[in-house]
Design a protein around this ligand. Structure first.
Ligand code: S3P
Length: 436
Protein backbone atom coordinates (compact mmCIF):
# COMPACT_ATOMS: atom_id res chain seq x y z
CA UNK A 1 0.00 0.00 0.00
CA UNK A 2 2.79 2.37 0.87
CA UNK A 3 6.55 2.43 0.46
CA UNK A 4 9.04 4.88 1.83
CA UNK A 5 11.50 6.41 -0.62
CA UNK A 6 13.60 9.53 -0.48
CA UNK A 7 11.10 11.75 1.28
CA UNK A 8 8.36 10.29 -0.89
CA UNK A 9 5.43 8.35 0.50
CA UNK A 10 3.22 6.31 -1.77
CA UNK A 11 -0.40 5.82 -0.77
CA UNK A 12 -2.85 3.65 -2.68
CA UNK A 13 -6.63 3.92 -2.65
CA UNK A 14 -8.02 1.72 0.14
CA UNK A 15 -10.85 -0.78 -0.17
CA UNK A 16 -11.96 -0.15 3.42
CA UNK A 17 -10.96 2.14 6.28
CA UNK A 18 -11.39 0.77 9.79
CA UNK A 19 -9.81 1.48 13.14
CA UNK A 20 -9.53 3.21 16.47
CA UNK A 21 -6.96 5.96 16.40
CA UNK A 22 -5.10 8.06 18.98
CA UNK A 23 -3.81 11.27 17.44
CA UNK A 24 -0.76 13.01 18.95
CA UNK A 25 -1.07 15.84 21.45
CA UNK A 26 -2.50 19.21 20.51
CA UNK A 27 0.18 21.41 18.96
CA UNK A 28 -1.15 24.71 20.33
CA UNK A 29 -1.52 23.38 23.88
CA UNK A 30 1.90 21.65 23.77
CA UNK A 31 3.69 24.91 22.90
CA UNK A 32 1.82 26.78 25.61
CA UNK A 33 2.39 24.15 28.29
CA UNK A 34 6.15 24.66 27.90
CA UNK A 35 6.24 28.41 27.34
CA UNK A 36 3.90 29.39 30.15
CA UNK A 37 5.29 26.95 32.70
CA UNK A 38 8.80 28.20 31.87
CA UNK A 39 7.61 31.65 33.04
CA UNK A 40 5.92 30.29 36.14
CA UNK A 41 7.17 29.48 39.63
CA UNK A 42 7.29 25.81 40.53
CA UNK A 43 7.56 22.56 38.59
CA UNK A 44 5.05 21.24 36.08
CA UNK A 45 4.64 17.83 34.49
CA UNK A 46 3.42 17.81 30.91
CA UNK A 47 1.96 14.56 29.59
CA UNK A 48 0.79 13.90 26.05
CA UNK A 49 3.18 16.56 24.67
CA UNK A 50 3.31 16.61 20.87
CA UNK A 51 6.73 15.23 20.04
CA UNK A 52 6.82 16.88 16.61
CA UNK A 53 9.35 19.22 15.04
CA UNK A 54 7.38 22.41 15.80
CA UNK A 55 7.02 21.87 19.53
CA UNK A 56 10.64 20.69 19.72
CA UNK A 57 11.76 24.12 18.48
CA UNK A 58 9.92 25.70 21.41
CA UNK A 59 11.59 23.25 23.79
CA UNK A 60 15.04 23.95 22.34
CA UNK A 61 14.52 27.73 22.46
CA UNK A 62 13.55 27.62 26.14
CA UNK A 63 16.56 25.45 26.98
CA UNK A 64 18.76 27.92 25.10
CA UNK A 65 17.47 30.60 27.50
CA UNK A 66 18.38 28.56 30.56
CA UNK A 67 15.07 26.82 31.31
CA UNK A 68 15.54 23.31 32.69
CA UNK A 69 13.22 20.81 30.98
CA UNK A 70 13.64 17.09 31.62
CA UNK A 71 12.35 14.39 29.33
CA UNK A 72 11.31 10.95 30.48
CA UNK A 73 9.16 8.39 28.71
CA UNK A 74 5.84 10.09 27.93
CA UNK A 75 6.46 13.11 30.15
CA UNK A 76 8.27 16.44 30.26
CA UNK A 77 9.11 18.18 33.52
CA UNK A 78 9.43 21.95 33.26
CA UNK A 79 11.25 23.78 36.04
CA UNK A 80 9.72 27.24 35.97
CA UNK A 81 12.23 30.08 35.85
CA UNK A 82 9.74 32.84 36.75
CA UNK A 83 8.98 35.72 34.41
CA UNK A 84 12.41 37.30 34.92
CA UNK A 85 14.38 34.04 35.05
CA UNK A 86 15.29 33.62 31.37
CA UNK A 87 18.87 34.28 30.29
CA UNK A 88 20.32 35.71 27.08
CA UNK A 89 20.76 32.90 24.54
CA UNK A 90 24.29 32.38 23.26
CA UNK A 91 23.17 32.02 19.65
CA UNK A 92 20.32 32.82 17.28
CA UNK A 93 17.15 30.85 18.08
CA UNK A 94 16.04 28.70 15.15
CA UNK A 95 12.24 28.49 15.10
CA UNK A 96 12.24 25.99 12.22
CA UNK A 97 8.84 25.87 10.56
CA UNK A 98 6.90 27.09 13.59
CA UNK A 99 4.91 30.32 13.47
CA UNK A 100 3.58 29.63 16.96
CA UNK A 101 7.10 29.37 18.42
CA UNK A 102 8.16 32.59 16.71
CA UNK A 103 5.18 34.75 17.53
CA UNK A 104 4.67 33.59 21.11
CA UNK A 105 8.40 33.84 21.83
CA UNK A 106 8.44 37.38 20.42
CA UNK A 107 5.86 38.34 23.07
CA UNK A 108 8.04 36.89 25.83
CA UNK A 109 11.27 38.33 24.41
CA UNK A 110 9.68 41.78 24.21
CA UNK A 111 9.76 41.71 28.01
CA UNK A 112 13.39 40.54 28.36
CA UNK A 113 16.20 43.03 28.94
CA UNK A 114 18.60 41.13 26.66
CA UNK A 115 19.26 40.57 22.97
CA UNK A 116 17.82 37.67 21.00
CA UNK A 117 18.05 36.82 17.31
CA UNK A 118 15.35 34.66 15.72
CA UNK A 119 15.23 32.87 12.39
CA UNK A 120 13.47 29.93 10.76
CA UNK A 121 13.21 27.78 7.65
CA UNK A 122 12.38 29.04 4.15
CA UNK A 123 8.61 28.90 4.74
CA UNK A 124 8.78 30.71 8.09
CA UNK A 125 11.09 33.40 6.68
CA UNK A 126 8.32 34.32 4.23
CA UNK A 127 5.57 34.70 6.87
CA UNK A 128 4.42 38.11 8.14
CA UNK A 129 5.67 39.09 11.60
CA UNK A 130 4.64 42.79 11.56
CA UNK A 131 1.30 41.64 12.97
CA UNK A 132 3.17 41.06 16.25
CA UNK A 133 6.27 43.24 15.93
CA UNK A 134 4.24 46.45 15.32
CA UNK A 135 2.16 46.23 18.52
CA UNK A 136 5.15 44.92 20.52
CA UNK A 137 7.09 48.01 19.44
CA UNK A 138 4.13 50.14 20.54
CA UNK A 139 4.55 48.54 23.96
CA UNK A 140 8.19 49.68 24.00
CA UNK A 141 10.26 46.73 22.69
CA UNK A 142 13.12 47.28 20.25
CA UNK A 143 12.68 44.90 17.32
CA UNK A 144 14.26 45.02 13.88
CA UNK A 145 14.63 42.67 10.96
CA UNK A 146 14.13 42.27 7.25
CA UNK A 147 11.45 44.46 5.67
CA UNK A 148 11.57 46.79 8.65
CA UNK A 149 10.78 44.03 11.14
CA UNK A 150 8.19 42.09 9.15
CA UNK A 151 10.32 39.10 8.16
CA UNK A 152 12.75 36.80 9.95
CA UNK A 153 15.59 37.00 10.81
CA UNK A 154 14.58 39.39 13.58
CA UNK A 155 16.51 40.88 16.48
CA UNK A 156 14.81 41.80 19.77
CA UNK A 157 15.96 43.74 22.78
CA UNK A 158 13.05 44.02 25.19
CA UNK A 159 12.19 45.48 28.56
CA UNK A 160 10.44 48.59 29.95
CA UNK A 161 7.11 47.70 28.39
CA UNK A 162 3.93 49.73 28.76
CA UNK A 163 0.41 48.35 28.51
CA UNK A 164 -1.49 49.28 25.36
CA UNK A 165 -5.07 49.25 24.11
CA UNK A 166 -4.99 47.36 20.85
CA UNK A 167 -7.70 46.28 18.41
CA UNK A 168 -6.64 42.96 16.86
CA UNK A 169 -7.06 43.29 13.08
CA UNK A 170 -6.94 39.52 12.36
CA UNK A 171 -8.42 36.58 14.29
CA UNK A 172 -5.01 35.12 15.14
CA UNK A 173 -4.33 33.27 18.38
CA UNK A 174 -0.62 33.71 17.78
CA UNK A 175 -0.97 37.50 17.76
CA UNK A 176 -3.40 37.54 20.69
CA UNK A 177 -1.14 35.24 22.72
CA UNK A 178 2.02 37.17 21.87
CA UNK A 179 0.50 40.40 23.18
CA UNK A 180 -0.92 38.76 26.31
CA UNK A 181 2.53 37.34 27.08
CA UNK A 182 4.18 40.73 26.58
CA UNK A 183 1.45 42.25 28.77
CA UNK A 184 2.74 40.17 31.71
CA UNK A 185 5.92 42.31 31.63
CA UNK A 186 4.30 45.76 31.26
CA UNK A 187 3.91 48.48 33.88
CA UNK A 188 0.17 48.94 33.22
CA UNK A 189 -2.79 46.86 31.96
CA UNK A 190 -3.19 45.85 28.30
CA UNK A 191 -6.59 45.63 26.67
CA UNK A 192 -7.25 43.73 23.47
CA UNK A 193 -10.39 44.28 21.41
CA UNK A 194 -11.31 43.51 17.78
CA UNK A 195 -10.68 39.98 16.53
CA UNK A 196 -10.22 38.19 19.86
CA UNK A 197 -12.32 35.27 18.50
CA UNK A 198 -9.42 32.87 17.85
CA UNK A 199 -8.56 29.72 19.85
CA UNK A 200 -8.51 30.50 23.59
CA UNK A 201 -5.95 28.02 24.98
CA UNK A 202 -3.76 30.91 26.13
CA UNK A 203 -6.56 32.54 28.10
CA UNK A 204 -7.53 29.24 29.74
CA UNK A 205 -3.98 28.31 30.72
CA UNK A 206 -2.84 31.74 31.89
CA UNK A 207 -5.95 32.10 34.08
CA UNK A 208 -5.43 28.63 35.55
CA UNK A 209 -1.87 29.70 36.45
CA UNK A 210 -3.14 32.80 38.25
CA UNK A 211 -2.82 35.60 35.69
CA UNK A 212 -5.20 38.55 36.14
CA UNK A 213 -6.93 38.20 32.78
CA UNK A 214 -10.58 39.23 32.50
CA UNK A 215 -13.17 39.80 29.81
CA UNK A 216 -13.58 43.52 29.33
CA UNK A 217 -15.70 45.59 26.92
CA UNK A 218 -16.12 42.75 24.45
CA UNK A 219 -12.38 42.06 24.65
CA UNK A 220 -9.70 41.04 27.13
CA UNK A 221 -7.75 42.91 29.81
CA UNK A 222 -4.54 41.63 31.37
CA UNK A 223 -3.26 43.39 34.49
CA UNK A 224 0.39 42.53 35.16
CA UNK A 225 1.79 41.69 38.57
CA UNK A 226 0.04 38.46 39.54
CA UNK A 227 2.61 35.66 39.89
CA UNK A 228 2.20 32.62 37.64
CA UNK A 229 2.08 29.24 39.36
CA UNK A 230 3.28 26.15 37.44
CA UNK A 231 0.44 23.82 36.39
CA UNK A 232 0.57 20.18 35.31
CA UNK A 233 -0.92 19.73 31.85
CA UNK A 234 -2.32 16.64 30.19
CA UNK A 235 -2.40 17.55 26.52
CA UNK A 236 -5.47 16.23 24.63
CA UNK A 237 -5.26 14.84 21.08
CA UNK A 238 -5.11 17.49 18.39
CA UNK A 239 -8.43 18.01 16.57
CA UNK A 240 -6.41 19.43 13.67
CA UNK A 241 -4.77 16.00 13.33
CA UNK A 242 -8.09 14.18 13.88
CA UNK A 243 -9.50 16.21 10.98
CA UNK A 244 -7.60 14.05 8.45
CA UNK A 245 -9.37 10.92 9.66
CA UNK A 246 -12.73 12.67 9.88
CA UNK A 247 -12.51 13.53 6.20
CA UNK A 248 -11.11 10.13 5.21
CA UNK A 249 -13.91 8.39 7.11
CA UNK A 250 -16.72 10.58 5.83
CA UNK A 251 -15.59 10.62 2.19
CA UNK A 252 -14.58 6.96 1.76
CA UNK A 253 -17.48 4.69 0.71
CA UNK A 254 -16.63 1.93 3.23
CA UNK A 255 -15.29 3.46 6.41
CA UNK A 256 -15.75 3.61 10.13
CA UNK A 257 -13.10 5.31 12.26
CA UNK A 258 -13.01 6.27 15.92
CA UNK A 259 -10.58 8.89 17.14
CA UNK A 260 -10.19 8.83 20.91
CA UNK A 261 -9.28 11.56 23.36
CA UNK A 262 -9.58 14.55 21.02
CA UNK A 263 -9.64 18.16 22.26
CA UNK A 264 -13.03 19.70 21.48
CA UNK A 265 -12.54 23.22 22.76
CA UNK A 266 -15.40 25.19 21.10
CA UNK A 267 -12.89 27.63 19.57
CA UNK A 268 -11.41 24.65 17.67
CA UNK A 269 -14.45 22.62 16.58
CA UNK A 270 -15.26 24.54 13.39
CA UNK A 271 -14.32 21.42 11.41
CA UNK A 272 -16.98 19.33 13.16
CA UNK A 273 -19.56 21.98 12.30
CA UNK A 274 -18.37 22.32 8.69
CA UNK A 275 -18.39 18.57 8.05
CA UNK A 276 -21.79 18.20 9.73
CA UNK A 277 -23.10 20.99 7.48
CA UNK A 278 -21.81 18.91 4.56
CA UNK A 279 -23.74 15.87 5.76
CA UNK A 280 -20.97 13.94 7.54
CA UNK A 281 -22.10 11.47 10.19
CA UNK A 282 -19.94 12.16 13.22
CA UNK A 283 -20.74 11.05 16.77
CA UNK A 284 -19.19 12.99 19.64
CA UNK A 285 -19.12 10.79 22.74
CA UNK A 286 -17.66 10.68 26.25
CA UNK A 287 -17.32 14.44 26.65
CA UNK A 288 -15.12 15.25 29.64
CA UNK A 289 -12.71 17.95 30.82
CA UNK A 290 -8.96 17.44 31.19
CA UNK A 291 -6.54 20.15 32.33
CA UNK A 292 -9.19 22.81 31.72
CA UNK A 293 -9.91 21.69 28.13
CA UNK A 294 -12.93 19.73 26.84
CA UNK A 295 -12.11 16.31 25.37
CA UNK A 296 -14.26 13.69 23.57
CA UNK A 297 -14.13 10.56 21.38
CA UNK A 298 -15.24 11.00 17.77
CA UNK A 299 -16.64 8.35 15.42
CA UNK A 300 -17.11 8.98 11.72
CA UNK A 301 -18.76 6.76 9.11
CA UNK A 302 -19.03 6.84 5.31
CA UNK A 303 -21.43 9.68 4.54
CA UNK A 304 -23.20 11.28 1.60
CA UNK A 305 -21.43 14.62 1.45
CA UNK A 306 -22.94 17.75 -0.08
CA UNK A 307 -21.39 21.15 -0.83
CA UNK A 308 -21.72 23.99 1.68
CA UNK A 309 -21.07 27.71 2.10
CA UNK A 310 -18.32 28.14 4.66
CA UNK A 311 -17.27 31.52 6.03
CA UNK A 312 -17.66 33.97 8.91
CA UNK A 313 -17.13 32.70 12.44
CA UNK A 314 -16.49 29.11 11.25
CA UNK A 315 -13.18 30.18 9.72
CA UNK A 316 -11.12 31.05 12.83
CA UNK A 317 -12.62 27.95 14.52
CA UNK A 318 -11.28 25.68 11.78
CA UNK A 319 -8.59 27.58 9.90
CA UNK A 320 -6.00 24.77 9.88
CA UNK A 321 -8.57 22.17 8.81
CA UNK A 322 -9.62 23.96 5.61
CA UNK A 323 -6.83 22.17 3.73
CA UNK A 324 -8.32 18.73 4.28
CA UNK A 325 -11.88 20.08 4.17
CA UNK A 326 -11.13 20.88 0.51
CA UNK A 327 -10.64 17.14 -0.09
CA UNK A 328 -14.10 16.47 1.41
CA UNK A 329 -15.52 19.23 -0.80
CA UNK A 330 -14.04 17.58 -3.91
CA UNK A 331 -16.02 14.42 -3.05
CA UNK A 332 -19.24 16.26 -2.11
CA UNK A 333 -22.26 16.70 -4.35
CA UNK A 334 -22.55 20.35 -5.43
CA UNK A 335 -20.56 23.50 -4.83
CA UNK A 336 -18.50 24.31 -1.73
CA UNK A 337 -17.49 27.93 -1.24
CA UNK A 338 -14.88 28.82 1.38
CA UNK A 339 -14.61 32.57 1.96
CA UNK A 340 -13.32 35.00 4.63
CA UNK A 341 -10.19 32.84 4.77
CA UNK A 342 -7.48 35.16 3.38
CA UNK A 343 -5.30 33.97 6.29
CA UNK A 344 -4.83 30.74 4.30
CA UNK A 345 -2.47 32.69 2.06
CA UNK A 346 0.06 33.32 4.86
CA UNK A 347 0.23 29.84 6.42
CA UNK A 348 3.07 27.31 5.98
CA UNK A 349 2.36 27.65 2.25
CA UNK A 350 -0.09 29.87 0.34
CA UNK A 351 -2.83 27.34 1.01
CA UNK A 352 -5.29 28.87 -1.42
CA UNK A 353 -2.84 28.33 -4.28
CA UNK A 354 -1.39 24.99 -3.13
CA UNK A 355 -4.75 23.40 -2.29
CA UNK A 356 -6.32 24.40 -5.62
CA UNK A 357 -3.28 23.25 -7.58
CA UNK A 358 -3.16 19.87 -5.85
CA UNK A 359 -6.89 19.20 -6.14
CA UNK A 360 -6.72 19.92 -9.84
CA UNK A 361 -3.89 17.43 -10.18
CA UNK A 362 -6.23 14.80 -8.70
CA UNK A 363 -8.78 15.80 -11.38
CA UNK A 364 -11.10 17.90 -9.22
CA UNK A 365 -12.70 21.19 -10.24
CA UNK A 366 -11.33 23.93 -7.97
CA UNK A 367 -10.90 27.70 -8.36
CA UNK A 368 -8.92 30.08 -6.17
CA UNK A 369 -10.46 33.27 -4.76
CA UNK A 370 -8.73 36.11 -2.89
CA UNK A 371 -10.01 34.84 0.44
CA UNK A 372 -10.68 31.15 -0.15
CA UNK A 373 -11.70 28.74 -2.90
CA UNK A 374 -14.65 27.29 -4.77
CA UNK A 375 -14.86 23.54 -5.38
CA UNK A 376 -17.41 21.86 -7.64
CA UNK A 377 -18.23 18.26 -6.85
CA UNK A 378 -18.50 15.42 -6.94
CA UNK A 379 -15.32 14.51 -8.79
CA UNK A 380 -13.67 11.27 -9.76
CA UNK A 381 -10.31 11.57 -7.98
CA UNK A 382 -7.43 9.90 -9.82
CA UNK A 383 -4.07 9.17 -8.20
CA UNK A 384 -1.43 11.67 -9.28
CA UNK A 385 2.00 12.73 -7.98
CA UNK A 386 1.67 15.45 -5.35
CA UNK A 387 3.93 17.94 -3.59
CA UNK A 388 3.77 18.96 0.08
CA UNK A 389 5.37 22.37 -0.60
CA UNK A 390 6.99 21.77 2.82
CA UNK A 391 3.55 22.21 4.37
CA UNK A 392 2.67 19.44 6.84
CA UNK A 393 -1.06 19.78 6.37
CA UNK A 394 -0.80 19.49 2.59
CA UNK A 395 1.29 16.32 2.82
CA UNK A 396 -1.41 14.74 5.00
CA UNK A 397 -4.40 16.06 3.04
CA UNK A 398 -2.96 14.51 -0.14
CA UNK A 399 -2.60 11.20 1.68
CA UNK A 400 -6.31 11.38 2.57
CA UNK A 401 -7.22 12.13 -1.05
CA UNK A 402 -4.99 9.21 -2.10
CA UNK A 403 -6.82 6.84 0.27
CA UNK A 404 -10.16 7.72 -1.30
CA UNK A 405 -8.95 8.00 -4.93
CA UNK A 406 -11.33 6.17 -7.23
CA UNK A 407 -8.77 4.40 -9.44
CA UNK A 408 -7.01 2.88 -6.39
CA UNK A 409 -3.66 3.53 -8.04
CA UNK A 410 -0.67 4.84 -6.09
CA UNK A 411 -0.23 8.53 -5.31
CA UNK A 412 3.38 9.59 -4.69
CA UNK A 413 3.55 12.40 -2.14
CA UNK A 414 6.82 14.29 -2.42
CA UNK A 415 8.16 16.11 0.62
CA UNK A 416 6.09 13.77 2.80
CA UNK A 417 8.31 14.18 5.88
CA UNK A 418 6.77 17.65 6.31
CA UNK A 419 4.10 15.77 8.30
CA UNK A 420 6.63 15.40 11.15
CA UNK A 421 6.00 19.01 12.09
CA UNK A 422 2.67 18.17 13.73
CA UNK A 423 2.05 14.43 13.27
CA UNK A 424 5.18 12.25 13.26
CA UNK A 425 3.19 8.98 13.40
CA UNK A 426 0.81 9.91 10.58
CA UNK A 427 2.12 7.44 7.97
CA UNK A 428 2.02 4.60 10.44
CA UNK A 429 -1.68 5.28 11.07
CA UNK A 430 -2.36 5.43 7.32
CA UNK A 431 -0.90 1.93 7.06
CA UNK A 432 -2.91 0.70 10.06
CA UNK A 433 -6.38 1.85 8.99
CA UNK A 434 -6.22 1.18 5.24
CA UNK A 435 -7.33 -2.28 4.14
CA UNK A 436 -6.46 -3.26 0.58
C1 S3P B 1 -1.99 28.65 16.37
C2 S3P B 1 -2.77 29.60 15.78
C3 S3P B 1 -3.15 29.58 14.37
C4 S3P B 1 -2.93 28.21 13.74
C5 S3P B 1 -1.62 27.61 14.11
C6 S3P B 1 -1.51 27.47 15.62
C7 S3P B 1 -1.65 28.80 17.78
O1 S3P B 1 -2.39 30.52 13.67
O2 S3P B 1 -3.03 28.31 12.33
O3 S3P B 1 -1.48 26.32 13.52
O4 S3P B 1 -1.21 27.83 18.41
O5 S3P B 1 -1.82 29.90 18.32
P1 S3P B 1 -2.82 32.08 13.62
O6 S3P B 1 -2.70 32.62 14.98
O7 S3P B 1 -1.83 32.72 12.67
O8 S3P B 1 -4.21 32.09 13.08
Amino acid sequence: MMTAGEDVRRVRGARRLRGTIRVPGDKSISHRALLFNALALGTARVRGFLDGADCRTTLAALRAMGVRIEETEGMLTVHGAGIYGLTEPADILDCGNSGTTTRLLLGILAGQPFFTGLTGDGSLRRRPMARVTDPLRQMGAWIDGREGGNLLPLGVRGGNLHGIAYALPVASAQVKSSLLLAALFADSPTTLTGRTDSRDHTERMLRAMGADLVASGGGLMLTPGAPLAARDVEVPGDISSAAFWLVAGAAHPDAELTIEHVGVNPTRTGMLDMLTLMGAEIDVRNEREISGEPVADLTVRSSRLRGAEIGGSLIPRGIDELVVLAVAAAMAEGRTVVRDAAELRVKESDRVATVVEGLRRFGARAEAADDGFVIEGPNVLLAEAQESHDDHRLAMAWAVAALIAHDREETAIHGASAADVSYPTFWQTVAEIAEE
